[in-house]
Write a protein that binds this ligand. Sequence first.
Ligand SMILES: [Zn+2]
Ligand SMILES: [Zn+2]
Length: 375
Amino acid sequence: MTRKDKRDYYEVLGVERNAAADDIKRAYRRAALQWHPDRNPANKAEAEHNFREAAEAYSVLCEPEKRVAYDRYGHAGVAGVRIDESTFTDFADIFGAFGFEDLFGMSGGGRRRRRPQRGSDLRYDMTLSFEEAARGVQTKIKVPRLEVCPTCEGSGAKSKSSVKVCDTCAGHGQVRYQQGFFAITRTCPACHGAGKVVRDYCPECKGDGRLEKTRALELRIPPGVDSNTRLRIPNEGEPGATGGPPGDLYVVLEVKEHPFFERRNSDLYCTIPITFPQAALGTEIYVPTLDGEEAVKVPAGTQTGSIFRLKGKGLSNPNGGGKGDLYVSVRVAVPEKLTREQKRMVDELSATLEQDNRPTQRSSSFFDKVKDIFG
Ligand SMILES: [Zn+2]
Ligand SMILES: [Zn+2]
Protein backbone atom coordinates (compact mmCIF):
# COMPACT_ATOMS: atom_id res chain seq x y z
CA MET A 1 0.00 0.00 0.00
CA THR A 2 1.48 3.33 -0.95
CA ARG A 3 1.10 6.43 1.11
CA LYS A 4 -1.32 7.85 -1.46
CA ASP A 5 -3.79 4.99 -0.85
CA LYS A 6 -3.80 5.51 2.87
CA ARG A 7 -7.12 6.48 4.29
CA ASP A 8 -7.48 9.56 6.39
CA TYR A 9 -6.99 8.74 10.07
CA TYR A 10 -10.14 10.60 11.13
CA GLU A 11 -12.10 8.73 8.52
CA VAL A 12 -10.63 5.41 9.71
CA LEU A 13 -11.84 6.04 13.24
CA GLY A 14 -15.07 7.67 12.10
CA VAL A 15 -14.57 10.88 14.07
CA GLU A 16 -14.69 14.59 13.23
CA ARG A 17 -11.43 16.47 12.68
CA ASN A 18 -12.07 18.44 15.85
CA ALA A 19 -12.99 15.36 17.95
CA ALA A 20 -11.93 15.42 21.61
CA ALA A 21 -9.21 13.00 22.81
CA ASP A 22 -11.78 10.93 24.69
CA ASP A 23 -13.96 10.54 21.61
CA ILE A 24 -10.94 9.37 19.62
CA LYS A 25 -10.07 6.81 22.26
CA ARG A 26 -13.65 5.56 22.37
CA ALA A 27 -13.82 5.32 18.60
CA TYR A 28 -10.57 3.39 18.50
CA ARG A 29 -11.74 1.01 21.19
CA ARG A 30 -14.91 0.38 19.23
CA ALA A 31 -13.01 -0.24 15.98
CA ALA A 32 -10.44 -2.46 17.70
CA LEU A 33 -13.10 -4.61 19.30
CA GLN A 34 -14.99 -4.85 16.05
CA TRP A 35 -11.95 -5.80 13.98
CA HIS A 36 -10.01 -7.91 16.40
CA PRO A 37 -8.78 -10.83 14.22
CA ASP A 38 -9.83 -13.44 16.75
CA ARG A 39 -13.36 -12.17 16.58
CA ASN A 40 -13.48 -12.35 12.82
CA PRO A 41 -12.40 -15.86 11.91
CA ALA A 42 -14.44 -15.79 8.71
CA ASN A 43 -12.73 -12.72 7.24
CA LYS A 44 -9.44 -12.64 9.07
CA ALA A 45 -7.47 -10.85 6.40
CA GLU A 46 -9.91 -7.96 6.15
CA ALA A 47 -10.26 -7.76 9.93
CA GLU A 48 -6.50 -7.65 10.40
CA HIS A 49 -6.16 -4.92 7.85
CA ASN A 50 -8.87 -2.80 9.47
CA PHE A 51 -7.51 -3.51 12.89
CA ARG A 52 -4.02 -2.35 11.99
CA GLU A 53 -5.39 0.68 10.25
CA ALA A 54 -7.34 1.71 13.35
CA ALA A 55 -4.38 1.06 15.64
CA GLU A 56 -2.14 3.17 13.47
CA ALA A 57 -4.68 6.00 13.26
CA TYR A 58 -5.09 5.97 16.99
CA SER A 59 -1.36 5.91 17.70
CA VAL A 60 -1.09 9.23 15.87
CA LEU A 61 -4.30 10.98 16.87
CA CYS A 62 -3.94 10.16 20.56
CA GLU A 63 -0.72 12.15 20.77
CA PRO A 64 -1.24 15.92 20.59
CA GLU A 65 2.08 16.63 18.86
CA LYS A 66 1.64 13.93 16.25
CA ARG A 67 -1.94 14.96 15.71
CA VAL A 68 -0.84 18.54 14.99
CA ALA A 69 1.79 17.28 12.56
CA TYR A 70 -0.77 15.05 10.90
CA ASP A 71 -3.37 17.84 10.67
CA ARG A 72 -0.81 20.07 9.00
CA TYR A 73 1.05 17.69 6.69
CA GLY A 74 -1.10 14.59 6.45
CA HIS A 75 0.55 11.17 6.45
CA ALA A 76 3.87 12.71 5.41
CA GLY A 77 3.91 14.64 8.68
CA VAL A 78 4.03 11.54 10.82
CA ALA A 79 6.01 9.11 8.67
CA GLY A 80 8.96 7.64 10.52
CA VAL A 81 7.65 8.67 13.91
CA ARG A 82 8.25 5.90 16.40
CA ILE A 83 5.48 4.71 18.61
CA ASP A 84 6.39 5.26 22.22
CA GLU A 85 5.65 3.00 25.12
CA SER A 86 2.57 4.88 26.26
CA THR A 87 0.73 3.86 23.13
CA PHE A 88 1.22 0.26 24.06
CA THR A 89 -0.01 0.94 27.56
CA ASP A 90 -3.19 2.28 26.03
CA PHE A 91 -3.48 -0.85 23.94
CA ALA A 92 -3.03 -2.90 27.07
CA ASP A 93 -5.94 -1.04 28.64
CA ILE A 94 -8.10 -1.73 25.71
CA PHE A 95 -7.13 -5.33 25.12
CA GLY A 96 -6.72 -6.40 28.68
CA ALA A 97 -10.10 -8.01 28.42
CA PHE A 98 -9.09 -10.57 25.84
CA GLY A 99 -5.38 -11.00 26.02
CA PHE A 100 -3.10 -8.21 25.02
CA GLU A 101 -0.13 -10.55 25.01
CA ASP A 102 -1.71 -13.01 22.66
CA LEU A 103 -2.55 -10.29 20.27
CA PHE A 104 0.85 -8.70 20.12
CA GLY A 105 2.99 -11.66 21.09
CA MET A 106 4.84 -9.42 23.50
CA SER A 107 5.52 -11.71 26.40
CA GLY A 108 8.96 -13.31 26.51
CA GLY A 109 10.46 -10.50 24.48
CA GLY A 110 8.03 -11.06 21.63
CA ARG A 111 9.15 -14.64 20.94
CA ARG A 112 6.29 -17.01 21.43
CA ARG A 113 7.47 -20.12 19.70
CA ARG A 114 5.83 -23.28 20.88
CA ARG A 115 8.42 -25.12 23.00
CA PRO A 116 8.57 -28.86 23.67
CA GLN A 117 6.51 -29.56 26.75
CA ARG A 118 7.05 -32.25 29.32
CA GLY A 119 4.15 -34.72 29.51
CA SER A 120 1.80 -34.81 32.49
CA ASP A 121 2.52 -36.93 35.53
CA LEU A 122 -0.06 -39.62 36.14
CA ARG A 123 -1.37 -40.95 39.43
CA TYR A 124 -2.47 -44.54 39.91
CA ASP A 125 -4.19 -45.49 43.16
CA MET A 126 -3.76 -49.01 44.42
CA THR A 127 -5.18 -50.78 47.46
CA LEU A 128 -3.23 -53.60 49.15
CA SER A 129 -4.17 -56.00 51.91
CA PHE A 130 -2.12 -55.73 55.09
CA GLU A 131 -0.31 -58.97 54.26
CA GLU A 132 0.50 -57.88 50.70
CA ALA A 133 1.96 -54.66 52.04
CA ALA A 134 3.99 -56.61 54.60
CA ARG A 135 5.38 -59.11 52.11
CA GLY A 136 5.69 -56.93 49.06
CA VAL A 137 4.00 -57.58 45.74
CA GLN A 138 5.07 -58.24 42.19
CA THR A 139 2.11 -57.33 40.02
CA LYS A 140 0.94 -55.98 36.68
CA ILE A 141 -1.06 -52.80 36.47
CA LYS A 142 -2.97 -51.37 33.54
CA VAL A 143 -2.57 -47.66 33.10
CA PRO A 144 -4.78 -45.79 30.64
CA ARG A 145 -2.78 -42.94 29.17
CA LEU A 146 -2.04 -41.05 26.00
CA GLU A 147 0.73 -42.55 23.94
CA VAL A 148 2.59 -41.29 20.92
CA CYS A 149 0.61 -42.36 17.85
CA PRO A 150 2.60 -45.18 16.22
CA THR A 151 1.27 -44.40 12.75
CA CYS A 152 2.51 -40.82 12.54
CA GLU A 153 5.10 -41.03 15.33
CA GLY A 154 3.48 -38.06 17.00
CA SER A 155 3.55 -35.61 14.10
CA GLY A 156 -0.21 -35.83 13.55
CA ALA A 157 0.42 -35.85 9.82
CA LYS A 158 -0.61 -38.48 7.30
CA SER A 159 2.90 -38.61 5.84
CA LYS A 160 6.13 -36.63 5.89
CA SER A 161 5.09 -34.70 2.82
CA SER A 162 1.87 -33.54 4.42
CA VAL A 163 3.80 -31.36 6.88
CA LYS A 164 4.64 -28.05 5.26
CA VAL A 165 6.42 -24.96 6.44
CA CYS A 166 3.72 -22.43 7.30
CA ASP A 167 3.26 -20.00 4.39
CA THR A 168 1.91 -17.24 6.58
CA CYS A 169 4.97 -16.94 8.82
CA ALA A 170 7.56 -18.77 6.67
CA GLY A 171 8.20 -21.07 9.62
CA HIS A 172 8.99 -18.34 12.14
CA GLY A 173 5.88 -18.98 14.22
CA GLN A 174 5.13 -15.30 14.41
CA VAL A 175 4.19 -12.59 12.02
CA ARG A 176 5.28 -9.01 11.98
CA TYR A 177 3.03 -6.34 10.55
CA GLN A 178 4.83 -3.25 9.47
CA GLN A 179 3.30 -0.20 7.98
CA GLY A 180 5.28 3.02 7.91
CA PHE A 181 6.50 3.52 11.43
CA PHE A 182 4.07 1.03 12.87
CA ALA A 183 5.04 -2.57 13.56
CA ILE A 184 3.47 -5.25 15.66
CA THR A 185 4.45 -8.87 16.06
CA ARG A 186 2.03 -11.60 16.97
CA THR A 187 1.81 -15.36 17.07
CA CYS A 188 1.12 -16.66 13.60
CA PRO A 189 -2.63 -17.18 13.31
CA ALA A 190 -2.23 -19.92 10.69
CA CYS A 191 0.06 -22.31 12.58
CA HIS A 192 -0.45 -20.97 16.13
CA GLY A 193 3.27 -20.54 16.54
CA ALA A 194 4.41 -23.99 15.44
CA GLY A 195 5.95 -22.74 12.20
CA LYS A 196 4.59 -25.81 10.42
CA VAL A 197 1.16 -26.78 9.24
CA VAL A 198 -0.26 -30.20 8.56
CA ARG A 199 -2.17 -30.52 5.28
CA ASP A 200 -3.45 -34.07 5.70
CA TYR A 201 -4.02 -35.45 9.15
CA CYS A 202 -3.04 -38.89 10.36
CA PRO A 203 -6.14 -41.08 10.06
CA GLU A 204 -5.29 -42.96 13.26
CA CYS A 205 -5.03 -40.08 15.75
CA LYS A 206 -6.91 -37.45 13.69
CA GLY A 207 -3.92 -35.12 13.86
CA ASP A 208 -3.42 -35.10 17.62
CA GLY A 209 -0.22 -37.15 17.46
CA ARG A 210 -1.28 -39.07 20.56
CA LEU A 211 -3.69 -41.91 21.20
CA GLU A 212 -5.40 -43.12 24.34
CA LYS A 213 -3.99 -46.57 25.13
CA THR A 214 -4.00 -48.87 28.11
CA ARG A 215 -0.48 -49.84 29.01
CA ALA A 216 0.40 -52.86 31.13
CA LEU A 217 3.28 -52.23 33.51
CA GLU A 218 5.22 -54.64 35.65
CA LEU A 219 5.25 -53.26 39.18
CA ARG A 220 7.35 -54.40 42.12
CA ILE A 221 6.15 -53.13 45.48
CA PRO A 222 8.80 -53.55 48.19
CA PRO A 223 7.79 -55.18 51.49
CA GLY A 224 6.79 -52.89 54.36
CA VAL A 225 4.99 -50.16 52.44
CA ASP A 226 2.29 -48.19 54.22
CA SER A 227 -0.74 -46.12 53.23
CA ASN A 228 0.22 -43.01 51.27
CA THR A 229 3.50 -44.50 50.11
CA ARG A 230 4.17 -42.98 46.68
CA LEU A 231 6.15 -45.05 44.20
CA ARG A 232 7.58 -43.01 41.35
CA ILE A 233 8.01 -44.77 38.04
CA PRO A 234 10.05 -42.46 35.87
CA ASN A 235 8.98 -41.71 32.30
CA GLU A 236 5.76 -43.75 32.48
CA GLY A 237 3.48 -40.69 32.57
CA GLU A 238 2.02 -39.13 29.45
CA PRO A 239 4.26 -38.37 26.48
CA GLY A 240 5.30 -34.76 26.03
CA ALA A 241 3.80 -32.50 23.41
CA THR A 242 5.87 -31.51 20.36
CA GLY A 243 8.74 -33.78 21.25
CA GLY A 244 8.95 -33.02 24.98
CA PRO A 245 10.01 -35.64 27.53
CA PRO A 246 7.37 -37.88 29.13
CA GLY A 247 6.04 -37.29 32.65
CA ASP A 248 6.31 -39.75 35.53
CA LEU A 249 3.82 -42.25 36.91
CA TYR A 250 3.10 -42.17 40.62
CA VAL A 251 1.56 -45.24 42.23
CA VAL A 252 -0.12 -44.15 45.46
CA LEU A 253 -0.78 -46.98 47.91
CA GLU A 254 -3.60 -47.54 50.33
CA VAL A 255 -3.01 -50.37 52.81
CA LYS A 256 -6.03 -52.00 54.46
CA GLU A 257 -6.12 -52.39 58.21
CA HIS A 258 -5.37 -55.70 59.89
CA PRO A 259 -7.99 -57.26 62.19
CA PHE A 260 -5.66 -57.14 65.19
CA PHE A 261 -2.23 -55.82 64.24
CA GLU A 262 -1.76 -52.12 64.50
CA ARG A 263 1.30 -50.61 62.92
CA ARG A 264 3.49 -47.66 63.67
CA ASN A 265 6.16 -47.31 61.01
CA SER A 266 7.76 -50.76 60.91
CA ASP A 267 6.61 -51.90 64.35
CA LEU A 268 3.49 -53.97 65.03
CA TYR A 269 1.31 -53.95 68.11
CA CYS A 270 -1.30 -56.41 69.36
CA THR A 271 -3.08 -57.32 72.56
CA ILE A 272 -3.52 -60.92 73.81
CA PRO A 273 -5.85 -61.96 76.60
CA ILE A 274 -4.65 -64.38 79.32
CA THR A 275 -6.53 -65.85 82.26
CA PHE A 276 -5.96 -64.90 85.89
CA PRO A 277 -4.25 -68.23 86.72
CA GLN A 278 -1.97 -67.82 83.68
CA ALA A 279 -1.03 -64.35 84.84
CA ALA A 280 -0.60 -65.41 88.46
CA LEU A 281 1.27 -68.66 87.88
CA GLY A 282 3.10 -67.84 84.67
CA THR A 283 2.68 -69.66 81.37
CA GLU A 284 3.75 -69.89 77.75
CA ILE A 285 1.42 -68.37 75.16
CA TYR A 286 1.45 -68.58 71.37
CA VAL A 287 1.40 -65.23 69.66
CA PRO A 288 0.47 -64.85 65.98
CA THR A 289 3.11 -63.07 63.87
CA LEU A 290 3.34 -62.33 60.15
CA ASP A 291 5.24 -65.59 59.71
CA GLY A 292 3.47 -68.09 61.95
CA GLU A 293 3.02 -68.42 65.67
CA GLU A 294 5.72 -67.60 68.16
CA ALA A 295 5.96 -68.86 71.77
CA VAL A 296 6.21 -66.18 74.44
CA LYS A 297 7.01 -66.86 78.10
CA VAL A 298 4.69 -65.06 80.51
CA PRO A 299 6.27 -64.96 83.96
CA ALA A 300 4.32 -65.50 87.17
CA GLY A 301 2.68 -62.32 88.49
CA THR A 302 2.22 -60.69 85.08
CA GLN A 303 -0.11 -57.68 85.15
CA THR A 304 -2.64 -56.48 82.61
CA GLY A 305 -0.80 -54.17 80.20
CA SER A 306 2.56 -55.90 80.53
CA ILE A 307 4.36 -55.69 77.22
CA PHE A 308 6.57 -58.29 75.56
CA ARG A 309 8.81 -57.50 72.63
CA LEU A 310 9.39 -59.95 69.77
CA LYS A 311 12.45 -58.54 68.09
CA GLY A 312 12.47 -58.46 64.30
CA LYS A 313 8.89 -59.75 64.06
CA GLY A 314 7.58 -56.42 62.73
CA LEU A 315 7.60 -55.16 59.15
CA SER A 316 10.48 -54.59 56.79
CA ASN A 317 11.58 -51.06 56.18
CA PRO A 318 10.74 -50.48 52.49
CA ASN A 319 13.72 -48.14 52.19
CA GLY A 320 16.11 -50.83 53.32
CA GLY A 321 17.52 -51.43 56.78
CA GLY A 322 16.36 -53.77 59.51
CA LYS A 323 12.95 -55.04 60.43
CA GLY A 324 10.64 -53.61 63.05
CA ASP A 325 9.53 -55.39 66.21
CA LEU A 326 6.26 -56.89 67.38
CA TYR A 327 4.99 -55.68 70.75
CA VAL A 328 2.47 -57.85 72.56
CA SER A 329 0.46 -56.46 75.42
CA VAL A 330 -1.32 -58.96 77.66
CA ARG A 331 -4.69 -58.32 79.24
CA VAL A 332 -5.92 -60.40 82.16
CA ALA A 333 -9.39 -61.46 81.09
CA VAL A 334 -12.07 -61.85 83.73
CA PRO A 335 -14.61 -64.61 83.06
CA GLU A 336 -18.11 -63.21 82.60
CA LYS A 337 -19.83 -66.37 83.87
CA LEU A 338 -18.73 -68.93 86.43
CA THR A 339 -20.18 -72.31 87.31
CA ARG A 340 -21.20 -72.91 90.91
CA GLU A 341 -18.02 -74.94 91.43
CA GLN A 342 -15.78 -72.23 89.95
CA LYS A 343 -17.51 -69.61 92.06
CA ARG A 344 -16.81 -71.63 95.22
CA MET A 345 -13.13 -71.91 94.33
CA VAL A 346 -12.77 -68.18 93.56
CA ASP A 347 -14.48 -67.43 96.90
CA GLU A 348 -12.01 -69.65 98.63
CA LEU A 349 -9.08 -67.94 96.92
CA SER A 350 -10.52 -64.51 97.62
CA ALA A 351 -10.65 -65.15 101.36
CA THR A 352 -6.89 -65.63 101.30
CA LEU A 353 -6.06 -62.50 99.25
CA GLU A 354 -5.28 -59.12 100.67
CA GLN A 355 -7.79 -56.49 99.50
CA ASP A 356 -6.26 -53.25 98.23
CA ASN A 357 -8.59 -50.93 96.33
CA ARG A 358 -6.69 -47.65 96.49
CA PRO A 359 -6.40 -45.75 93.20
CA THR A 360 -3.27 -46.35 91.17
CA GLN A 361 -1.50 -44.10 88.69
CA ARG A 362 -3.34 -43.51 85.45
CA SER A 363 -1.99 -45.94 82.90
CA SER A 364 -0.41 -44.59 79.71
CA SER A 365 -1.22 -45.78 76.21
CA PHE A 366 0.23 -48.88 74.63
CA PHE A 367 2.54 -46.82 72.43
CA ASP A 368 3.75 -44.56 75.22
CA LYS A 369 4.42 -47.54 77.42
CA VAL A 370 6.50 -49.18 74.69
CA LYS A 371 8.48 -45.98 74.38
CA ASP A 372 8.97 -45.84 78.16
CA ILE A 373 10.05 -49.45 78.51
CA PHE A 374 11.93 -50.17 75.30
CA GLY A 375 13.10 -46.69 74.38
ZN1 LIG B 1 2.70 -19.81 10.75
ZN1 LIG C 1 -1.21 -40.35 14.24
